[in-house]
Write a protein that binds this ligand. Structure first.
Ligand SMILES: C[S@@+](CC[C@H](N)C(=O)[O-])C[C@H]1O[C@@H](n2cnc3c(N)ncnc32)[C@H](O)[C@@H]1O
Length: 288
């Protein structure tokens, strides 16, 4: 538990906590043990921690992108809610490789809630289950969430409902973020804040490929065009092949290409319990 209002966080972070390749995320007492190139630590089942209600295992081998395997304890009814900064998010261990909430984005969701103004407009591209949108809507913003997957957007609506937020008052756009950004620019739609958290590699319905290392600059250029004067962008990536300097250069040149002035670009660290590898890079960018 991190404070009263958060019960979903990284509990154990690999080598930094004494076991390289073993990462444990606590989802309201249901522990997801993730391993990279090491065996599942069976001792966890033999001597269960009193704070643990159930144990699950996910192999991080990219060839084995399966749902987590149940190992021990009382299986929760799925989906089940977790709390983060007082908001509720639905988690499901039975639906595939991803469980519904990326815990490493906790500080960025909190910063989003701090930055949005009541009645302000937020565009959340690559929205997944709309975690950033829920954080912004909880702070009074009008949100637009874009994702290729109908299934994730429907999950996003459930996350709104879990917080007694009226999902009908928010927009959920299924499709390619690049195409939606172009459409919003054509219609001269503007947003006070835009969030970009693309996957490292993606292929849209028309087969067009996006690679973070090559294409983030053009994505930032498209996004900058729909940011209102004095608005902001959050640009994230967990692409390990892209270092901070290269990412900063791409973002600067993309925003320059859009013709927008850049007032500030500030890197933000991962949540403090991620002590092993700082793989998530996040830039908060203020435009003129
Ligand atoms: C890394 S996840 C985003 C996580 C999300 N920002 C969060 O913190 O909850 C990537 C998401 O992008 C979506 N996606 C992939 N390619 C896309 C595209 N071209 N346009 C829109 N969504 C896309 C996937 O369906 C997935 O939900």
């Amino acid at each position: 538990m991190i404070g009263e209002n958060t019960d979903a966080y990284r509990l154990f972070d690999g080598g930094a906590d004494g076991m390289p390749g073993v990462f444990i995320d606590d989802f309201a007492g249901h522990w997801l043990v993730q391993t990279r190139e090491v065996e599942f630590p069976e001792a966890l089942c033999r001597e269960p921690d009193p704070a643990c209600r159930s144990l699950w295992w996910k192999n991080l081998d990219p060839e084995k992108k399966h749902s987590p395997e149940w190992k021990w304890g009382q299986r929760p009814e799925q989906p089940f809610p977790v709390r983060e900064n007082g908001l509720r998010f639905l988690i499901d261990f039975s639906v595939g490789y991803s469980q519904g909430l990326f815990l490493d984005q906790r500080l960025n969701r909190a910063e989003t809630a701090r930055r949005v103004k009541a009645g302000g407009a937020l565009l959340n591209c690559f929205a997944y289950t709309c975690g950033f949108s829920v954080a912004a809507a909880g702070a009074g913003a009008e949100t637009t969430s874009v994702d290729l997957s109908k299934r994730w957007l429907e999950w996003g609506r459930l996350n709104f409902q879990a917080n007694a937020l009226d999902d009908a008052a928010h927009s959920f756009c299924r499709g390619d973020s690049f195409e939606w950004l172009r459409r919003f620019a054509r219609k001269e739609r503007q947003f006070d804040g835009v969030i970009l958290d693309p996957p490292t590699f993606s292929r849209n319905q028309k087969g067009k490929v996006f690679r973070v290392e090559k294409d983030y600059g053009s994505l930032a250029a498209l996004a900058a065009r729909v940011v209102a004067p004095g608005g902001w962008m959050l640009c994230c990536t967990n692409c390990r092949a892209l270092d901070e300097g290269a990412l900063r250069r791409m973002l600067r040149s993309g925003i320059g290409e859009s013709g927008r002035g850049l007032n500030e670009m500030a890197a933000r660290p991962m949540p403090p319990e991620y002590r092993d590898e700082k793989y998530l890079k996040s830039y908060w960018i203020e435009l003129a």
